[in-house]
Design a protein around this ligand. Structure first.
Ligand code: F6P
Length: 258
């Protein structure tokens, strides 16, 4: 029975990777919408995955915010720092979200749990184009940005567009671009529609989806049936080497959908 289960999951993971056009999917039991412990299991699986892919020595790990990653962070462990120096950095600037789910806080928690280090970047979410350009030249921001661009790992999540438009406090004008463009997913401040077309880009500092090609390990974490459509939409833009950690809830819906 255990073997049949294992084979079933392996097949599901393979079919999902093919459907999403990415190199690997890891599917965990359950539905994250209903059970928090599924998200904890994403964290433990991430810990294992990092343990198997991170080189000896220093690793620079960029992470995004959100409730998924905030919970995932709690499940990392100090064994990851054996023979390694881990530095966690926020993948994007922006402190618009509530403190507990900000990328800065996720970094701090990951560093605490792994006994690694972190660097924070405190920037307001809604800055003008002009201040955005001058801020990029500030020494404290520049030094974190340099670390971000040198990351060998990115850990990010994928959100539902409507929820993210609210959470990011988009202006009415921005909100209508997202609505009229029928955006369904969001990641790194980029909103995409069902076909994967970019609908709106929040002007912010840090990593964009197009930067991911240059980063050795890209790990996406998102689960729950409610994220199925968002995952599918985002993955149309994801680099092929992305590894997705998700659950049966999302996977089965994605595979059912043509
Ligand atoms: O706001 C940061 C972020 O990583 C978004 O890019 C993503 O859409 C969202 O959080 C996911 O949040 P949650 O895990 O709460 O759905």
């Amino acid at each position: 029975d255990i073997l049949a289960n294992y084979q079933g999951t392996a097949l599901l993971e393979k079919q999902l990777s093919q459907k999403l056009g990415i190199s690997r999917c890891i599917v965990l039991p359950g539905n994250a919408d209903k059970q928090y412990r599924v998200v904890d299991s994403f964290g433990r699986r991430l810990n294992q995955l990092l343990g198997s892919i991170l080189p000896v020595g220093q690793s620079m790990i960029s992470v995004t915010g959100g409730s998924t990653l905030a919970r995932v962070a709690r499940n990392l462990s100090p064994d990851l720092s054996k023979n390694r120096q881990l530095v966690f950095v926020p993948a994007r600037g922006g402190v618009g979200e509530s403190v507990t789910i900000q990328a800065n806080s996720v970094c701090a928690e990951m560093a605490l749990k792994t006994q690694g280090q972190y660097r924070a970047m405190y920037l307001p979410e809604d800055i003008s184009e002009k201040s955005f350009e001058s801020l990029q030249k500030e020494t404290s921001i520049k030094s974190v940005l340099e670390l971000i661009y040198r990351s060998n790992v990115v850990i990010h999540s994928i959100g539902t567009a409507s929820i993210m438009a609210d959470r990011r406090n988009l202006s009415e004008k921005e909100q209508s671009i997202v609505d009229n463009g029928n955006a369904v997913s969001e990641a790194f401040g980029d909103f995409f529609d069902r076909s994967g077309k970019l609908v709106y880009k929040v002007p912010r500092i840090g990593l964009h989806v197009q930067d991911l090609d240059k980063i050795e390990h890209v790990i996406a974490i998102a689960g729950g049936q409610s994220k199925a459509e968002a995952i599918q939409s985002y993955m149309k833009n994801a680099p092929h080497h992305t590894v997705l950690i998700t659950d049966e809830g999302a996977s089965k819906l994605i595979l059912r959908d043509n």
